[in-house]
Every structure is written in structure tokens, then in C-alpha cells.
Design a protein around this ligand. Structure first.
Ligand code: SOE
Length: 374
């Protein structure tokens, strides 16, 4: 079987999830090529060497340029801070590598465009890691919506809540600096529920956003006395209109005490509804208006059957899976696309469209008015 050599840039939280996925994928899925964990890259030599040992990479590097230009490497997997995505992805595409990139694709629309142009010109496979698309219950929801089971869609209601920066003494890490992150909660987690809205319901045509920064100054990392300005949003609420006429209602916040990684979605259509809760991610709730009147109610689809998307590759039916599996599913689809030379969703064009929606919401919030999504 053919081997695909992988170079991974960035080794912190997402690097961990991706390393685990690259290592596990061929043990469970019928991959068309076997990935080899060739090189992991990070700026701190000791830390990246430790990460290589811990996660099973053959080599450790400290300069991403060396990985991107290594002729042995076929795939570049980008898990760095947002301000470096564009530069690395464009260089990787120029070097003929297939590229998997963490979300948000870029700092802004202009960068995302340049990335799309680079991968198109190079003809390389490109994908944004919106891993929640590959939760079996979400993929099942998409299948049901596409089959018309919900009829005409009226509402897409989604919230993504976390609480890790509620403490005003939490330091000014890179995710709270617009130069490095682009935006805050917006690009980090609102981007996920925007992506799921596009995946499940369709394209947005207009948005009205309201963004807030609750804590304006925070301690500089490592300092007890010096503070710096927070230059991103802490929370964002969005109303939106889909091209197909459905209404969107989104909320994303890092200021919801008790909510660690809380994602809830409800979709209502003329024939029924679907409800998903990430904290119970193997279940999809389905209400079918066609059920006999005396038996109507939400039914639970436990999405662990071999007939459901992805999940049959793991355990016998009924044995649940978790967060880490979503990355394995993503990487499986990516490998298959690379071997077959096909496109795999969400592509960089999806990442660009997501960025266009993010910017329209920001503009709307600043100008306090509805804005069309270009
Ligand atoms: C931090 O908010 C984070 O790790 C995001 O960057 C991920 O995309 C999200 O899925 C979990 O939380």
C-alpha cells in the first residue's frame, strides 16, 4: 500500500487531536494509503522533540519552511495560531503539498482568497478542519435534511458556549489578540456553528451581528502587574437569513460559566425537527410530524449503527464514540481525497465563504445594521 508522509506544523491542543487521528486512522478505516507521521514542527526545540516522542512522529523540526520544502513530505497539516495559516498554506501549495488547515482558515477574507488561489493554482487537495461536520449524528442530520425528511427548513438555531476566560485575571493569550487571532469567540467557535449552518441548511444571504468584549484589559502572560488591551470579541449573537428563506439564530460566547464546550443545534422544518447536543453527541433527536397524532414526540436516534455515517468502522452498534473520533473521520476523508485526487469538503473555498460571513457579521456589529453576505 502507498505511504503518505505527513508534516504537521503546531503541536499544542489541535496538534494533539490531529496526531492521534493520523496514528489511528488506518487501524480502523479502509484507507487507500497509509499515513506516516514523518515530521512534527514547533518553535521550541525541547518541547517539539518531546511532542514527537509522545505522539509518535519520526522527526521533529523547528522551522516550518524545512517541513514544507522537504521533498519526502506529501501532506502539510497546519495547527498553528491563525496569523500563520496563510503564509504556511500558500508555501505548502507552491511546494505541491496537499494541505489540511485548522479553522478559521485565515485572519481575514483577503488572506483566505490568496489561500484559495494558491491551492487552485497548484492543484492540491485542500481542506479546513471543521471536525464537527464529521460527528456521525451531524452527518446523519445532513443526510436526512438532504433527503427532504424535514421538508422546507424554517429555523437553524445554534449555540456554542464556553467559559474559559470568565476570570478577568485570565491572561492576554494569543486568542485574545486580533493581530494573531483575527477575532475572538467569533472566529474560534462561532465559525464552527456558521460552518454547520452552511453544511446543514445552506448559504446565508444577510446577517445582523452584535459583538461584545466584556473584559477590556487583561494581565500580560507571565506578569502580575502589567495589563494589555483585549482586541477581540468575547461573545457574539447573530441573526441571519439563509438564501432558501430559513432563519438563523446563533450565539457564541466564552462567558457562559458551567459551559465547557457546549454546542446545541435545533433545526425546524415543515415536516419535522432535529435536535443535537454535543454533550450527548451519539444521539440525534427527531420529531416527525407524520407520526400518528397519538404517538407524536421526539424520538432518539442513537447514531451508533453500522448504517450510520463513519461509526460502523469503530465498535459494534450501540457502543458510543467521542470528540477524538471526529478528527479521525476528517483525516480518513482527507486521505481518500488525496489518493483519488478529489475535492473534500469543507474545502478552502468553504473556509473563504465562512470568513466572508464572519466579516459581514463584524461589519454589521460595528455599523449596527443588517449586512448582505457577498
Ligand atoms: C478553543 O476555544 C477550542 O479549542 C477551539 O479552537 C476549537 O475549534 C473548539 O472546537 C474547541 O475549543
Amino acid at each position: 500500500m502507498k505511504t503518505l508522509n505527513v508534516g504537521m506544523i503546531g503541536y499544542k491542543f489541535m496538534g494533539k487531536t490531529h496526531s492521534n487521528a493520523w496514528r489511528q486512522v488506518d487501524k480502523f478505516f479502509p484507507v487507500a494509503a497509509k499515513p506516516r507521521l514523518h515530521t512534527i514542527c514547533g518553535r521550541n526545540k525541547t518541547a517539539v522533540q518531546a511532542a514527537a516522542k509522545k505522539f509518535g512522529w519520526d522527526h521533529a523540526a523547528t522551522r516550518w519552511q524545512d517541513v514544507v520544502n522537504n521533498p519526502e513530505i506529501d501532506i502539510i497539516d497546519i495547527n498553528t495560531a491563525n496569523d500563520t495559516h496563510a503564509e504556511i498554506a500558500i508555501a505548502a501549495a507552491k511546494a505541491g503539498k496537499h494541505v489540511l488547515c485548522e479553522k478559521p482558515l485565515a485572519l481575514n477574507v483577503a488572506q483566505a482568497w490568496a489561500m484559495v488561489e494558491a491551492v487552485k493554482k497548484a492543484g492540491v487537495v485542500n481542506m479546513v478542519c471543521h471536525n464537527y461536520r464529521r460527528i456521525p449524528a451531524i452527518a446523519q442530520a445532513r443526510k436526512m435534511i438532504a433527503a427532504g425528511d424535514l421538508g422546507r427548513i424554517f429555523h437553524y438555531r445554534a449555540r456554542y458556549l464556553q467559559d474559559w476566560i470568565v476570570d478577568p485575571e485570565f491572561p492576554l493569550v494569543w486568542r485574545l489578540q486580533s493581530k494573531i487571532a483575527g477575532s475572538g469567540t467569533h472566529g474560534d467557535i462561532n465559525a464552527h456553528i456558521i460552518d454547520l449552518g452552511r453544511y446543514l441548511v445552506g448559504e446565508l444571504s444577510e446577517v445582523c451581528g452584535y459583538m461584545e468584549t466584556f473584559i477590556k484589559q487583561r494581565p500580560l502572560p507571565g506578569s502580575k502587574t502589567k495589563k494589555g488591551k483585549v482586541t477581540v470579541d468575547d461573545a457574539v449573537i447573530t441573526l441571519g437569513k439563509f438564501k432558501n428563506g430559513a432563519m438563523a439564530n446563533l450565539e457564541a460566547s466564552r462567558f457562559a460559566p458551567g459551559r465547557k464546550n457546549h454546542i446545541q443545534i435545533e433545526i425546524n422544518g415543515s415536516k419535522g425537527s432535529l435536535v443535537f447536543d454535543f454533550e450527548d453527541m451519539n444521539r440525534l433527536k427527531y420529531f416527525n410530524r407524520a407520526d400518528p397524532a397519538d404517538r407524536q414526540g421526539y424520538r432518539d436516534i442513537i447514531v451508533t449503527d453500522s448504517t450510520h455515517p463513519y461509526v460502523g468502522a469503530w465498535w459494534p452498534g450501540g457502543h458510543i464514540i467521542g470528540y477524538e473520533h471526529t478528527f479521525v473521520h476528517t483525516i480518513f476523508d482527507f486521505i481518500q481525497a488525496v489518493v483519488k485526487g478529489k475535492s473534500v469538503q469543507p474545502t478552502f473555498v468553504d473556509g473563504l465563504q465562512n470568513q466572508i460571513v464572519l466579516e459581514a457579521i463584524e461589519k454589521s456589529s460595528k455599523q449596527r445594521r443588517w449586512v448582505k453576505v457577498a
